[in-house]
Design a protein around this ligand. Sequence first.
Ligand code: SF4
Length: 151
Amino acid sequence: MAYTGSIPDTAARPRDWMLRMACRNEDPDLFFDSSREHEARLVCVTRCPVRAQCLAAVKAAEHGDHHDYRDGVVAGLNGHERWRLDADAPVRWGEPRHLPLSGPEPCGTYPAMLRHLWRGEPMDGVCWSGEVRRDYANRRWPKGRKAKPAP
Ligand code: SF4
């Protein structure tokens, strides 16, 4: 039966979580500016109450896509990182291999932090320090040069 408006419509909908997205109150350009990636990641990881739903949605939407079709920071990961972590995404000749989801890198390194983010695992200060060190190294990189390649 169609909703007539005579009683409050309180039915839960699959996309209700989008009303609580932390990025709704942020400048949209923040998530597409590579020089502010760390800032965008912080919004997702430390302030967003629906990162788990966002991560599931972006994984479903981009599954198997090449990195050319992924853009911006979503759920704390930039497009290139989401591509590297998606084992089903295509790789062209000469491109870096996908990041393995189980590896020897200890907590506090960049690859370990990416794996935590991709799996939706909680992040503590040690995990987060991998990103902090990487961001610091990128900021010291000479202006005009592309960001230091990820390991
Ligand atoms: S986790 Fe997703 S919904 Fe939350 S702030 Fe980041 S991009 Fe927005």
